[in-house]
Design a binder for this molecule. Sequence first.
Ligand SMILES: C[S@@+](CC[C@H](N)C(=O)[O-])C[C@H]1O[C@@H](n2cnc3c(N)ncnc32)[C@H](O)[C@@H]1O
Length: 263
Amino acid sequence: MDDARDDYADANRAMWNATADVHARASLPKLLERVAHPDFSTFDFVEKRVFTRLGLFGKDVAQPSCNNGRELISCKKAGAAHCVGFDVSEGFIAQGQALAQASGVDVTFVRTDVYDIPHDYNAGFDIVYVTIGALGWLRDLPEYMGVVARLLRPGGHLFLYEMHPILDMFDAATGLEVKHSYFRTEPYVEDAAPDYLDTDTVVEGTSYWFHHKMSDIIGGALGAGLELRLFEEFEHDQSEVYAAFEGFEKKPPLSYALLAQKS
Ligand SMILES: C[S@@+](CC[C@H](N)C(=O)[O-])C[C@H]1O[C@@H](n2cnc3c(N)ncnc32)[C@H](O)[C@@H]1O
């Protein structure tokens, strides 16, 4: 890992641990109750459709940047086999373990930077599932797609369901006013920003967000040897940050789903 990436990764990890402390107070207690329900699921209509197409039942699933693991617990409750979540934050890994225990399902959580996922996991999964707010914290997308590809078995799929990178051109607070170039390469730097779930609480620390063009995302998957199977853009927001954009008459795409297969 080069020094610059080390610095970005260290700062982002500290910010995510501070965020985990906020979420432990703001949202974890309710979530611990919700996951205990046998029908607990975070899947929306896109995830239900894609997982039906892939046949989630009996499949081994990895989720890099799994946060508190609620989506991976949903996979397990929907019949997935071995489920492993990877996240850089100690705080969120601990919450994932607590949520798995409360939900009564067996899900493994590993604290690691995605770039350092141990090679023991190579070719261990049928599905690599990546959701909302994962890619922007990662500086090197081609290397990341290489990690995804090595985790997949031949025939396995990357299912990426993310916020649309065009949103990086706007400021959620000021709506459709273009603030940044779509071709921006320098990271967005944020200091002491409000938490995205508990907006009354400020999360201390500096964080770095990296804009990745859609062509870099698709090109990264293709470059890692994956074959594109599905690509869709949606007018719904998954992030909550851009929820107001759903009400605009003229709106940019707010989210997308990409399915790519390892041959
Ligand atoms: C917005 S959250 C993902 C949210 C998840 N989709 C969900 O809804 O729960 C981003 C997650 O990425 C993790 N993360 C950020 N950089 C990472 C890295 N380099 N390696 C592993 N995890 C990372 C953070 O700790 C955080 O839990």
